[in-house]
Design a protein around this ligand. Structure first.
Ligand code: SAH
Length: 331
């Protein structure tokens, strides 16, 4: 296979400049093709399916794009009980899921002791990987959760642009976010960064910096998804991010992080389910499925969706079938 000279240049020197010059290509087909090849060499035909349990929508943060932010007084808040969380994860395992992603807003109610108990109970009862996605934690807290056998941690960096980061996150800093990601690596977690496509004032150069940051942090996973405006946030009048640009960003990430787990994110699926499938032929190798109980799933509204959960087992089977029709192997 002939490698496009700009891809070769990037492989010789992974830099923001060389990522940007790929992003600026008019004809991206050779990049998609190369990303697909690299994906195949590293992950074969497998698509890994993860079950996501959205266990609390309480959040102390005020991220300007997110429907869960604490200033959104119209959000009806819920917390699943420890028993419900454990039960849901076990149901997911019985349906064939090998990983449960436990996600929430930054909810102080769920102390590391509570989270640790939940992880240990799940692991006691079933053989399952646990990914946490519940916001920033201190080094000590992450150490404790690792001792409780958490396997992976998702903490998208959201944007690598300092100024934009500050504007969107009144409660945090990019330095702290990336420090957390570095701590996760130090502690032996599989670490997951990621960012949104289509945030206000974002340019192609910002996206190049985002992709480079994933490389710099040597992220084991990266969630790259389009921004979707939520009506009850300050960003309600902005347009959704581009699905095409999302695909391009995933493809370049695949090229520079060949082994990383790259999901076709839920937000891309919400905007365009066909594009979501296309992502599996340009670098993505993971998909997440909500298994959150039906009474809560509607309330976990990071951005508006009409996703519902009826039956964990049936939905898993449907998804497996859909993956097979793409000539991939669900796992
Ligand atoms: N509290 C956890 C989980 C956050 S929600 C944490 O801080 O990591 C999971 C992800 O949803 C976020 O990392 C963000 O990238 C994404 N998200 C939030 N609002 C969004 C929106 N309006 N459009 C698209 N993605 C959004």
């Amino acid at each position: 296979m002939n490698i496009h000279p700009k891809i070769q240049k990037l492989l010789d020197d992974i830099s923001v400049k060389n990522i940007l010059s790929l992003l600026e290509l008019d004809d991206f087909s050779s990049v998609f093709e190369y990303a697909d090849k690299i994906n195949y060499l590293n992950h074969g035909k497998y698509i890994d399916i993860r079950a996501i349990v959205e266990f609390s929508n309480y959040c102390k943060r005020k991220c300007k794009y997110c429907g869960l932010n604490s200033t959104n007084s119209s959000a009806k808040r819920y917390r699943m009980t420890e028993k419900e969380i454990i039960h849901t994860a076990i149901e997911a395992r019985k349906a064939g899921y090998l990983t449960a992603v436990l996600q929430s807003g930054e909810d102080s109610y769920f102390t590391v002791e509570k989270l640790g108990f939940i992880i240990k109970e799940i692991k006691k009862q079933v053989d399952m990987f646990i990914t946490l996605s519940c916001g920033e934690k201190t080094f000590e807290e992450l150490t404790y959760l690792k001792e409780c056998r958490a396997d992976r941690y998702l903490l998208k960096h959201e944007t690598a642009d300092d100024l934009l980061y500050d504007r969107l996150h009144p409660c945090g800093t990019l330095v702290n976010r990336t420090e957390c990601l570095r701590n996760l690596k130090k502690l032996g977690y599989e670490s997951g960064g990621g960012f949104m496509i289509g945030l206000p004032t974002q340019s192609l150069e910002t996206i190049a910096k985002d992709i480079f940051l994933l490389y710099d942090l040597q992220c084991d996973m990266a969630g790259i998804g389009p921004f979707i405006p939520h009506p009850e946030t300050e960003l309600n009048n902005y347009s959704a991010g581009s699905t095409e640009l999302t695909k391009k960003a995933v493809a370049i990430t695949r090229i520079i992080l060949p082994k990383a787990n790259l999901p076709a994110t839920t937000s891309l699926g919400v905007l365009d389910s066909k594009e979501n499938n296309n992502l599996f032929s340009c670098g993505a190798n993971v998909i997440m499925r909500k298994v959150t109980p039906p009474e809560y799933v509607k309330l976990y509204e990071i951005y508006p969706t009409d996703i519902n959960v009826k039956n964990i087992e049936e939905e898993r089977k449907e998804l497996e079938l859909a993956i097979r029709t793409l000539e991939k192997i669900p796992r």
